[in-house]
Design a protein around this ligand. Structure first.
Ligand code: C2E
Ligand code: MG
Ligand code: MG
Ligand code: MG
Length: 286
């Protein structure tokens, strides 16, 4: 912990302290600043959700979008999650931030339905800290009722490590979510550890094959073996399988040939604003 380290450094005394300075001091200070700015970001409405389409590989249609958070930082400009989600996790700020994401994603999805667009699912990333909060299910219920969105149009993305942390809690929570109609997907599948027992016990609607297996799937035989095995495993367990990070025609061809259900990636679209999703959905309806 950098704050504790700074106190320790101070205790060592002035003469020794300069041994750590200046860059240590700067980094600790930057961390502190980031935490403070993150604390204020919600009330200053500095967060925004972008949405990335998820495409059915057979019909070529948008079936769902993944909500991805962005932070317009007062001085650094637009920040990707990698720059602040870890700090949000450490400080617990991920709980109110995650709550905002949930509400905003549900509100937006209902707004798309209200202007007459074909209903789609919105998927929301849930962090470990958020998942282990006792009242996650109530928070989901609240977001759905406040937005008047049906549960079946919301999906939560969980990671393997998150669900394996406490299998009992995960099963109970997932079953409650399922009874609301909310779908569960496993994000970054293949990069963590999950048991086959867990996979068949949990009510999982979709497996998302991690981008790292997709990157070289057009040429690398090992990645091809992993990807095609995950596709058939998922489908045999009655799950849909989606490939993450699809960028090229060759990757799409491989996925089609191997009967993958869906894809997500720059090949179809980067994460875009709600307005741009609206346009994509409008052209789909026509
Ligand atoms: P993720 O859930 O695995 O999301 C996919 C990430 O891959 C996104 O990065 C997306 O922009 C990026 N991506 C999608 N297709 C491609 C592609 O074809 N090529 C490349 N190079 N990248 C692609 P992003 O938006 O920076 O998000 C990173 C991670 O941050 C997410 O990974 C997720 O774990 C986390 N995250 C994002 N939004 C939220 C949120 O609202 N709450 C929480 N708890 N975590 C979030
Ligand atoms: Mg995700
Ligand atoms: Mg992912
Ligand atoms: Mg990922």
């Amino acid at each position: 912990n950098a704050d504790a380290a700074m106190y320790r450094a101070k205790e060592v005394g002035r003469d020794n302290f300069q041994f750590y300075a200046p860059e240590f001091n700067t980094r600790a200070h930057e961390r502190f600043l980031l935490q403070e700015e993150l604390r204020n970001a919600l009330e200053r409405s500095e967060f925004e959700l972008l949405y990335q389409p998820q495409i059915d590989l057979r019909s070529g249609q948008i079936m769902a979008v993944e909500a991805l958070i962005r932070w317009t930082h007062p001085t650094h400009g637009t920040m990707a999650p990698v720059g602040f989600i870890p700090t949000a996790e450490e400080t617990g700020l991920i709980v109110p931030i995650g709550d905002w994401v949930l509400h905003e994603a549900c509100r937006q999805n209902k707004a798309w339905q209200d202007i007459g667009l074909e209903p789609i699912t919105v998927s929301v990333n849930v962090s470990a800290r958020q998942f282990s909060e006792k009242n996650l299910v109530e928070r989901v219920v609240h977001a759905l009722s406040e937005s008047d969105l049906e549960g079946c149009y919301l999906e939560l993305e969980l990671t393997e490590s998150l669900i394996m942390q406490d299998v009992g809690l995960a099963v109970t929570t997932m079953n409650k979510l399922q009874s609301l109609g909310v779908q569960i997907s496993i994000d970054d599948f293949g990069t963590g550890y999950s048991s086959l027992t867990a996979l068949k016990t949990f009510p999982i609607a979709r497996l998302k094959i991690d981008k790292s297996f997709i990157d070289d799937v057009a040429t690398n035989e090992d990645d091809q073996a992993v990807a095609s095995a995950v596709i058939s495993l998922g489908q045999k367990l009655n799950m849909r399988v989606i490939a993450e990070g699809v960028e090229t025609d060759e990757q799409v061809a491989f996925l089609r040939k191997n009967n993958c259900d869906e894809m997500q990636g720059y090949h179809f679209s980067k994460p875009v604003s709600s307005r741009q999703i609206e346009r994509l959905l409008e052209s789909r309806s026509r």
